[in-house]
Design a binder for this molecule. Structure first.
Ligand code: ADP
Ligand code: MG
Length: 377
């Protein structure tokens, strides 16, 4: 059925060289494929061996347990936990979501987490270790090939844009890297809801074509604002595939069935608080605008999860308060099957705890996906 909660998964990445050099300890443990426990670093180093009552109580206060739809251990292969690499990640969530798309549902997978937590690795990855987006594209064209017959055909289109400073920029049109790119306008259609006006849309016929567009857009995202350090940590990237299936009558050669599925992937800006970056001037404005989209996303998630849990009068959901939530309206509280992958570092207590709390709230959100199909008779 199309009614269901947002699926929430947590993925813990390996230690990066900086963390290894700092001698950081792992603060996370996963007891089952759903639970994740975080403990405070002080306790692992100084107090974990103490068995007096006070120490045990203090430890249990600082240690927090969460349960998600899945907890994905990508920290190391040496422990008893089942290691989740890129192929296992795809098997856990990507494949199922592509099944939904071929059944005519709109889907959305969002990656949330602080800068450096593994969002882009999870969504895009590298040539040798492709993330969810390239694996989905590969599987999609594989299935299209198998399912295409003399009466059933498919078309696939791609769009890719980023939201930076509350403005929308196309990542698939050639733009001067020196000059200021032109922001696109967000409009609302009575039928399709909010959309980006004049966004370029590209027909793709095989995996290589879509892979090229993904690469091109990614390069543009990384170089868009030359003077800003790590612009990708400040922008939200939205990659969308539109899958259309057309079934025709073999004798009359007329379309008898049309199915449309939108497959959306969102690599969110880093969730770390704007005030911890010491930004000033135009970077402050940028920071506060990023904050606007992310804080609004947080408010939208809170309101949606509260209204799912209580029967009291529904509060108005402030989708319109930011570009991100306005464009993702359908994916967050409407016609979509949606998953959030919360990415965490194995050794950052404050940020990881805040991400786990955020992800816990998202679990309560319910969406109402419908099959987007027209039977023409
Ligand atoms: P973000 O997009 O959240 O800022 P990245 O995806 O760029 O973070 O990840 C930060 C670093 O950690 C990168 O060098 C990336 O290759 C590495 N990394 C992240 N997640 C994993 C993982 N699951 N396995 C291996 N390396 C990872
Ligand atoms: Mg990134």
């Amino acid at each position: 059925s199309g009614q269901g909660n947002v699926r929430v998964l947590v993925r813990a990445r390996p230690f990066v060289p900086r963390e290894v050099a700092a001698g950081s300890r792992c603060l996370l443990s996963m007891d089952s494929s759903a639970d994740i426990t975080i403990i405070h670093s002080e306790e692992t180093i100084n107090g974990s061996d103490k068995t007096d009552t006070a120490s045990i109580q203090r430890r249990s206060k600082l240690s927090k347990e969460f349960v998600f739809d899945a907890s994905l251990w990508s920290v190391d292969k040496s422990t008893s936990n089942r290691f989740i690499g890129q192929p296992e990640l795809y098997k856990t969530v990507g494949k199922e979501f592509l099944d939904h798309s071929f059944n005519g549902y709109h889907t959305c997978i969002l990656a949330y987490g602080q800068t450096g937590s593994g969002k882009s690795y999870t969504m895009i990855g590298s040539d040798n270790e492709p993330g969810i987006i390239p694996q989905t594209c590969y599987d999609l064209f594989d299935r299209v090939k198998q399912m295409t017959t003399s009466t059933t055909s498919f078309t696939v289109k791609v769009t890719f844009f980023e939201i930076y400073n509350e403005n929308v920029y196309d990542l698939l049109t050639s733009r001067s890297l020196k000059g200021q790119p032109t922001p696109l306008k967000v409009r609302e259609s009575p039928v399709d809801g909010p959309y980006v006006k004049d966004l370029s849309s590209h027909s793709v016929h095989n995996f290589e074509e879509v892979e090229n567009l993904l690469r091109k857009g990614n390069e543009l995202r990384a170089t868009a604002s030359t003077n800003m350090n790590d612009s990708s940590s400040r922008s939200h990237a939205v990659f969308t595939l539109s899958l259309k299936k057309i079934v025709s009558d073999p004798i009359l050669d007329e379309t008898t069935e049309e199915m449309n599925a939108r497959i959306r992937f969102v690599d969110l800006a880093g969730s770390e608080r704007a005030n911890s970056t010491g930004a000033s001037g135009s970077r402050l404005r940028e920071g506060s605008n990023i904050n606007k989209s992310l804080t609004t996303l947080g408010r939208v998630i809170n309101i949606l999860s509260e209204s799912a849990l209580s029967s009291k009068k529904k509060e108005l959901v402030p989708y319109r308060d930011s570009t991100l939530t306005w464009l993702l309206k359908d994916s967050l509280g409407g016609n979509s099957k949606t998953a959030m992958i919360a990415c965490v570092s194995p050794c950052d207590y404050e940020e990881t705890l805040s991400t786990l709390r955020y992800a816990s709230r998202a679990k309560h959100i319910r969406t109402r996906a419908v099959v987007n199909q027209d039977i023409i008779s």
